[in-house]
Write a protein that binds this ligand. Structure first.
Ligand SMILES: O=C(O)C(=O)C[C@H](O)[C@H](O)COP(=O)(O)O
Length: 212
């Protein structure tokens, strides 16, 4: 079932695979492999021409998947993603206009932040679930741990530089609801159609448990 809130999204899986697809036809087998490995939420970044069609195909053909759109940076993209069938939206940063546009779709969203001030601006709007981007470059675990003191009500999905190795450490923080990353879908595995490898990377990630 599609998430109704960002908390539902956090509850779906400890890891949201971020996928960059250059060909829409790989979307369905890729999503099936992730789901088979235990990761139902899939974020397709709107960084490629094929992305919206990929979202639409996964939504139509892989009912066990919960497909979302990532890299939403404009109101037009938020609307186009919703129209294509996205079940959630993720943005790398946020502005009042972008937040308004994402809210208007009615879909759960993870707006991106990288500082305490940005998190406070969203808290003022009632938002308590956010993407922390770019996680490693912006300060990584120590930074998120520091935010949990003054902002205990916010739960983050750190994304950007998170790896199979660091995911567990992020998930051990009390203010991390899930993590996101591209490590589950290595470009060489995707181009070779090596879905067994994607499934086994997903299986390892699905076994992680968030503390937050
Ligand atoms: O632009 C966005 O909104 C994004 O989705 C960016 C991605 O979160 C990161 O590019 C994933 O980073 P890696 O896992 O380090 O490859």
């Amino acid at each position: 079932m599609n998430p109704r809130s960002s908390d539902d999204l956090f509850a779906l899986a400890p890891v949201i695979p971020v996928v960059v697809l250059s060909e829409a036809q790989t979307a369905v087998p890729l999503a099936r492999a992730l789901v088979a490995g235990g990761l139902p939420a899939v974020e397709v970044t709107l960084r490629t021409e094929a992305a919206l069609e990929a979202v639409a195909r996964i939504a139509a053909e892989v009912p066990e998947a919960v497909v979302g759109a990532g890299t939403v940076t404009s109101a037009e993209q938020a609307d186009a993603a919703a129209e294509a069938g996205a079940a959630f939206l993720v943005s790398p940063g946020c502005t009042p206009g972008l937040y308004e546009a994402m809210s208007r779709t009615g879909l759960p969203a993870l707006p991106g932040v990288a500082t305490a001030s940005e998190a406070l601006a969203l808290l003022e709007l009632g938002v308590t679930a956010m993407k922390f981007f770019p996680a490693e470059a912006a300060g990584g675990r120590p930074y998120l741990k520091s935010l949990s003191g003054p902002l205990p009500q916010v739960r983050f999905c750190p994304t950007g530089g998170v790896t199979a190795e660091s995911a567990a450490d992020y998930l051990a923080l009390p203010n991390v609801g899930c993590v996101g990353g591209t490590w589950l879908t290595p470009a060489d595995a995707v181009s070779a159609g090596d879905w067994d490898r994607v499934e086994s990377l997903a299986r390892a990630a699905a076994a992680l448990r968030p503390a937050g």
